[in-house]
Design a protein around this ligand. Structure first.
Ligand code: TYM
Length: 373
């Protein structure tokens, strides 16, 4: 039995209080340290907000991929989405960062839509549902600014012909006890999901197959996807490929007390299709680091370190480092009330969503240009 507060991080379940330092040890990854940040800065100029503020915090072989790049070997990017519902702001975190990496390193992106995975793990979803969400979610992805020719969207069910040969070669090298240990499969797990990790491994090797020589791959994603890469890295050299490198981000929290933003708690989750009124209502009900009364808040100040509203400014909506430091100071010293912050955040989110929703509509006309040939 898993205790209520015990940390669980798998591709399908994230719960408990997440200790990211412990995760680095548990998963055997490396922290993104100052030295690496300095190297990245050398290529990208000013560090992206998600690196400056430690949202991307861990990696595997990022130093290796930079060595390769500096020696003139270009890499490709790979990330994805399990289309099980509408996209929320948490999903956009790695996509926004991936777009930044693409621009800075001029890297092609392979983006996998695992409509098969979500069909297999979610008893309620049909293949028609996951195909519909694939379409809807692809609009959000394109709205992040990706251009045709620089991003390929792989839809597992439709594009299986492109994936199956590599998936079989991967699967032949992975035995059941390995995936059981990595993913926690049980006797009752359906056999589809036991095979599925081979499918998620495939885009790590597609560029190498297409180009006829090994191409380094970098995967930006939240740390919940790491089990897939542990398995993939294990077998890559057996198949004659490079091991894929990773950059891992933390989870954008939901607007409730504790926990990541998750579609299973819609009232604490901002979807990209939310109306301004829905956003206002959700932010108004957000968990903050404020005091019970205005008087106490003015006298004692609030605690931004536990405040979800502050977290949203910090990780997404306040780009200016001086402004964010000032907001923290004013909160701690009682110079700002939660109501003011909530209003300001609502405005920021709605401004962002207005543009995103327009781009999402425009994406309908160009979506075909991103699909696999
Ligand atoms: P999925 O649909 O669970 O999540 C899509 C991406 O969003 C990240 N993510 C978050 N990031 C920050 N804050 C959050 N609250 C949050 N919630 C989710 C996930 O880590 C992921 O990067 N099996 C995958 C689909 C997939 C994939 C990939 C993902 C296939 N190939 C390669 C990343 C990289 C899935 O179901 O993602």
């Amino acid at each position: 039995m898993v205790k209520k507060e015990e940390m669980v991080v798998t591709p399908w379940k994230v719960s408990g209080r997440i200790d990211y330092e412990k995760l680095i040890k548990q998963f055997g990854t490396q922290p993104i340290d100052e030295e690496l940040l300095e190297r990245i800065r050398g290529h990208t100029g000013r560090l992206h907000l998600q690196l400056r503020r430690g949202l991307f915090f861990s990696h595997r072989d990022l130093d290796w991929i930079l060595d390769k790049y500096e020696a003139g070997e270009k890499f490709v990017l790979y990330t994805g989405r399990g289309p099980s519902g509408p996209v929320h702001l948490g999903h956009l975190v790695p996509w926004i960062f991936t777009k930044h990496l693409q621009d800075a390193f001029d890297a092609k992106l392979y983006f996998q839509m695992t409509d098969d995975e979500k069909f297999l793990v979610n008893p309620e979803l049909t293949l028609e549902d996951t195909a519909r969400f694939t379409y809807e979610n692809a609009l959000d992805l394109i709205a992040c600014g990706f251009e045709p020719g620089k991003m390929v969207i792989i839809r597992d069910v439709k594009d299986i012909g492109h994936l199956y040969r590599i998936a079989l070669r991967v699967a032949k090298h992975v035995n059941y006890s390995t995936v059981k240990a990595i993913f926690g499969f049980e006797d009752s797990s359906n056999i589809g999901i036991i095979f599925f990790p081979a499918i998620q491994a495939v885009p790590c090797f597609i560029a190498s197959e297409e180009e006829g020589h090994n191409v380094p791959v970098l995967i930006p994603a939240a740390i919940d996807q790491d089990p897939y890469w542990r398995m993939t890295r294990d077998i890559a050299s057996k198949l004659g490929y490079y091991k894929p490198a990773q950059m891992h981000c933390k989870f954008l929290p939901g607007l409730g007390k504790g926990g990541k933003m998750s579609a299973s708690m819609p009232e604490t989750c901002i979807f990209t299709t939310d109306t301004p009124e829905e956003v206002e209502q959700k932010v108004w009900n957000a968990f903050t680091g404020g005091r019970p009364t205005v008087k106490e808040q003015r006298e004692l100040g609030g605690d931004p370190s536990i405040c979800t509203v502050y977290a949203y400014f910090y990780y997404l909506f306040e780009e200016d480092d001086e402004e964010i430091a000032e907001l923290e100071r004013r909160c701690r010293t009682g110079g700002v009330l939660c109501g003011d912050c909530k209003k300001r955040l609502t405005e920021r989110i709605n401004r962002f969503l207005k543009v995103h929703q327009r781009r999402r509509e425009e994406a309908k006309d160009i979506l075909d240009k991103f699909l696999m040939e």
